[in-house]
Ligand binder design. Sequence first.
Ligand SMILES: [Fe+2]
Length: 371
Amino acid sequence: MISEFQPRACDPVIKIADIAYLRFGRRDVALACRYFKDFGLIESARDNGRIYFRGILPQHHCVIIEPARHDSFLAMGLRAKSHDDLAHLAHAMQATIQQSPEPGGGRRVELVDPSGLRVEVVHGLQDLPTLPHREARLANGPLARPRINRPQPILAAPADVFRLGHLVLQRQEFARNANWYINTFGLIASDVEVLPVSGEAVLTFLRCDRGADLSDHHTIVIAASPQDTYDHAAFEALDLDSVALGCEWLQHQGWVKSWGVGRHVLGSQLFSYHYDPSGFAVEHYTDGDLFDADYPTRYHPTCKSGLYAWGPDLPAHFIDMRPSLTLITAIIRGLRTRTEFSLKRLAAMKRAFDVPARPWVGRRFQRPKAL
Ligand SMILES: [Fe+2]
């Protein structure tokens, strides 16, 4: 049976506090570590071949790199608000609470999402002292002039990365996966993208329910896709200079840029995307929207132009629909086994994304002829 997307749950199992960490498997751990240091993360521990990275904020780690035969995204960590929530989750999902054997400690419950991704819900992960960072830039403008006799310092360093902000997952079954995250973890749809003709929901930005306290516009994004895969993860940087100069720094070190710097429409973040050495996209962002739990869900037609308010033209590789053996195999398997997955929806999504985001890109100035 095909499930219908619901933007909020009446009675979720628990309401998570935030995303906690990402766990990547890498053939070349040393290379991955060099990338994430250039990205702006800081090593916090090593154990059993795994390397743990943190941001400036106190959480013990937000990225784990572990040796693997294939480059892969292994698991997502979510942070429970309390041990009682963890116990309630374990009981409701028929799982067990384990003491984490890893650096940072805490207790966790391991679940599997409807597409087979391991989700580790943790509580009690250790906090470390906050790390030093530069001051945020002061910006002079016509309405305020806070920077007097203080030229902007010239910076050449990795971005000041404070924390992991969100994870975007591509899923063959959009509603089934989105509803699972909403019903299990109390997430709220901040924005929903729908197909222009049918109105069918195909992407949602989900935020944590913290009541009157503020949450990021999105912590998890579920997007309908030809295959179940990691799309990108995003980390909050100090300010626009951190995003833009962090982007320069990565390229200076030989890493490959994906897209940016620009400003998103839904979520409003200033963004810059790069590829890690295994081809996984990673984003720096700053100045994202913050909502309380009362802010209503908004609906929009899905399209390329809705991805950014300004910035360089969206590169073709950002939404990669090129056929490959892996993709075709995934589509055939999805059509056989997934009730919600259809070629009709894929075709409708392709039509929506075939409309150029910026039709004027490439126009050249024609000098007027002299009279
Ligand atoms: Fe993002």
